[in-house]
Design a protein around this ligand. Structure first.
Ligand code: NAP
Length: 268
């Protein structure tokens, strides 16, 4: 059980990239940590480093979130550890390959990690948050959740799910004292690119954000109470205009007759 006033933050995918930076930053902010990924050695190194730096407690959970039993074990921890106050659903994988060139089993693994694991971990943690009237969830999406034409469409679809799911969580949980945030990074310098088969060196450096800048900015967005944080979007008005347009079209979605343009012609 954590003795931290902030409580315990669970960070998935904390062995490298953004997750490792989230873990280090959250410890400095006063959270104890449960850090999750497959690479046990790397997590242990992270834990020693973070404890030396921040003196916070760090628990290491080596788990493959694509393995149903290992995922279920983490769900049990999320359900039962009342010190948990923050879940950062960061673990994810991606690729740039075209749909027709992609292996469907790899695509299924990607959906399992990016969507199913994120959903199940959220389901596990939310009832305790509701009971205690306190908690927060940070879901790492991507700008390709809005622009699935970039990179691989299954990856884009999985990140669209993260955004839609987070919006819905916000609607259901905001009045129960629970904060949710969808973070939509653009291209960020992490092992993600090399792991996904497109070396980072092949990207235009002008569009690649440093991972530290991304995480620091996303945490400012979290502290601002933002539902959607896009660190690389410079003009905030554009996000507001997009939301206004979305709300306006929603008002016109529900009618009991089809639109005039869909009236069958008398010849049909
Ligand atoms: P990364 O450095 O490759 O980190 C991915 C993390 O997920 C690693 O810690 C990895 O650790 C863990 N992971 C992968 N498969 C796992 C599994 N089956 N079970 C448990 N953990 C697993 O990439 P990143 O860029 O930091 O990615 C973090 C998030 O940002 C992802 O959701 C990604 O989709 C999103 N994102 C990245 C970018 C970008 O340009 N980098 C842009 C937009 C969104 P192990 O290998 O030790 O398991």
């Amino acid at each position: 059980m954590s003795d931290s006033v902030k409580g315990t933050a669970v960070v998935t995918g904390a062995s490298t990239g953004m997750g490792a930076l989230y873990a280090a930053r959250l410890a400095r902010m006063g959270y104890d940590l449960i850090i999750v990924a497959r690479n046990h050695n790397r997590l242990n190194q992270m834990a020693s480093h973070i404890t030396a730096d921040s003196e916070r407690n760090v628990e290491v959970v080596a788990a493959d979130l694509n393995d149903p039993q290992q995922l279920a074990a983490l769900e049990v921890k999320l359900r039962n550890d009342a010190s948990i106050t923050l879940l950062v659903n960061n673990a994810g994988m991606g690729t740039h390959t075209q749909l027709v060139d992609s292996n469907v089993e790899q695509m299924t693994s990607m959906i399992n990690l990016n969507v199913i694991a994120l959903t199940r971990l959220t389901y596990a943690v939310v009832p305790g948050f509701v009971k205690r009237g306190r908690g927060a969830i940070i879901n790492i999406g991507s700008i390709v959740g809005i622009v699935p034409e970039v990179l691989n469409g299954v990856y884009g679809g999985s990140k669209a799910n993260v955004l839609a799911f987070t919006r819905s969580l916000h609607r259901e949980l905001a009045d129960k004292g629970i904060q949710v945030q969808a973070v939509l990074p653009s291209a960020t310098a992490t092992p993600f690119w090399d792991n996904g088969g497109l070396p980072l060196s092949q990207l235009d450096p002008g569009i690649v954000m440093q991972a530290e800048d991304m995480v620091n900015a996303a945490l400012v967005g979290f502290q601002r109470g933002e539902l959607i944080t896009i660190p690389s979007l410079h003009d905030e008005n554009r996000l507001q205009q997009w939301e206004q347009a979305r709300q306006a079209i929603i008002e016109d979605f529900s009618h009991n007759v089809p639109a005039a343009r869909y009236r069958p012609s008398s010849k049909v």
